[in-house]
Design a protein. Sequence first.
Lengths: 112, 114
Amino acid sequence: EDKVVQSPLSLVVHEGDTVTLNCSYEVTNFRSLLWYKQEKKAPTFLFMLTSSGIEKKSGRLSSILDKKELFSILNITATQTGDSAVYLCAVGSGGSNYKLTFGKGTLLTVNP
Amino acid sequence: DAGVIQSPRHEVTEMGQEVTLRCKPISGHNSLFWYRQTMMRGLELLIYFNNNVPIDDSGMPEDRFSAKMPNASFSTLKIQPSEPRDSAVYFCASSWGQGNQPQHFGDGTRLSIL
């Protein structure tokens, strides 16, 4: 059975801190790893990673994938209160029977 | 551009009633996914359509659940009869290609079965 594990489960930081969120996985026929941010409603797409060692960056957020060690990290620098959310990691696997398996998420709280 | 549109936003009904959730995917997307989110189990894939054809329904919990996609711009998820343990947030997502592109989610339907 495919498995995606995120850590920590929750994290409380102060504005300006840098955080690192972790995602490890065990899946059959890996295709991609995706990060989403979920506030009150829909998960919103952040990054999709398919190749090891290539950093994806968007503003203060960045992510990298290690396909040998089967994990990814999501970094957020100079955190702001608007970064408070649940961050979900999902791994895409399968051929024509493609599916995303989600982790339980990391709840990030950024205090002023 | 309009995102994925789901209705209703909230549904409260009594056990045993039929529930129908609706989804309009992003125009041009040909893959559609139904998910269920609970505190205990997180986000779980229920069913995946590609070009209106169900590809994987292994996540549908039991025969009380059914989903259809009669055309490229509309899908329904039906629960009949509903039970309290079906209470959850149900999300619809869409993407283009054969599912290996980022999925974009609707705002979900919060379902409460009393």
